[in-house]
Design a protein. Sequence first.
Length: 185
Amino acid sequence: MRVVRRAIEFLFTRALRSRLGIALAIGVLVVGVLGAAQLFSGSAGPTTGLSNRPSEPITTVDPTAGDDGVVGSTTPPSPVTRPGTPTPEQIADRFTAAWLGGRGGGADDWHAALRPLSTPELTEELAGADPAGVPAERTTGESSLRPRTESFVEVLVPLDTGRLRLELVAPDGQWLVDAVDWERT
């Protein structure tokens, strides 16, 4: 018993306090962990693991499902209008005429002409606008309609000093202007 006591005493007082002793202890610990991992993992064949390659290409898309990309859709959706209500083109033409026709009258008349053609959000945004600040006087061509969804379209109107871009929405089938943007050409 005395020999075991001296061996333990030597281990803790001298061997583990030296660099060599610490390196040996770490080495024994690493070998023990690797041995335990090999023991509990079981035997694995030579074809398993990271070196195993699949016999066929890995696919995440069904090749027979068709094209799901945006580029593949060539037909834009047709705008849906509630029966008896104006089309998006008609609303855009009326809004453009009211927007351009505000220079002669007062701001209140201009806002009153735009209100039934605009969403409440746009009406609120235009509340402080002055019709004298409209940068154009007349249209110079036909407006073009760009349908985005069944209830959202973009209308481009050529003007004498640029281009008016209107965004129209129809969540319930009745078209209203939701955004106005003017681009100088």
